[in-house]
Design a protein around this ligand. Structure first.
Ligand SMILES: N[C@@H](CCC(=O)N[C@@H](CS)C(=O)NCC(=O)O)C(=O)O
Length: 201
């Protein structure tokens, strides 16, 4: 398999899952700041022009973080990245979607790239403010979801933790401080060998 990955981006969560799953893969690095994701060579692979994208061994390309995560967990059932049974799977997808679709796409994305959402400086300020508000409320919710367990789904690391890992890693750069439970949780995730590989380059 080949992971199309931009260091520091959300694709590091998929790299973490690949490591946790113990599946063989190679990495194709893109520099999103330099615009590699919009170059014809990459658009020929992934017309969405985004990372992560996973080129499977059967030649099919998978995109969208939750879909890639879910598929990888199913390839390595022994790794226990997804609970068995519909209730557990739905709960994992609920958390994954909340982190990716709400905290990331409606929170950090607005803070990091306001120019993608509005043109005038005033409107961009408003976009940033909305992003900050959504992210703040979302992080409070995530902290509640964490409860007292070491991981989002309880005692074991699972797919939503990989999404939380990339997202929480962006907070210092945005000047946002996580509350103590989330900061401890992030440190716990960062100590995992999979996180160290995923953030190494
Ligand atoms: N909905 C997508 C979001 C992917 C996404 O926004 N990726 C960012 C990196 S974190 C990206 O490729 N940005 C480059 C761009 O938008 O030009 C997913 O779930 O995978």
């Amino acid at each position: 398999m080949k992971l199309f990955h931009a260091p520091g981006s959300c694709s590091l969560g998929i790299r973490m899952i690949l490591e946790e799953a113990g599946l063989p893969y190679e990495v194709h690095r893109l520099d999103v700041r330099a615009g590699d994701q919009r170059r014809p060579e990459y658009l020929a692979v992934n017309p969405k022009g985004k990372v992560p994208a996973l080129l499977r061994d059967d030649g099919r390309l998978l995109t969208e973080f939750p879909a890639i995560a879910f598929w990888l967990a199913r390839q390595a059932p022994g790794a226990g990245l997804l609970p068995s049974g519909a209730d557990g799977e739905a709960r994992a997808l609920e958390l994954l979607d909340f982190i990716v679709a709400s905290l990331h796409m409606r929170g950090t994305a607005l803070l990091m790239r306001p120019a993608a959402f509005a043109t005038s400086p005033e409107a961009q300020d408003e976009v940033r403010a909305r992003g900050r508000e959504t992210l703040g409320a979302g992080l409070a919710r995530l902290s509640d979801e964490l409860g007292h367990g070491p991981f989002l789904m309880g005692e074991r690391f699972s797919l939503p933790d990989a999404a939380a890992f990339y997202l929480l890693g962006w907070l210092p750069g945005l000047g946002i401080e996580a509350d103590a439970p989330l900061a401890d949780y992030h440190a716990r995730l960062a100590a995992r060998p999979s996180a160290q590989v995923a953030t190494a380059d």
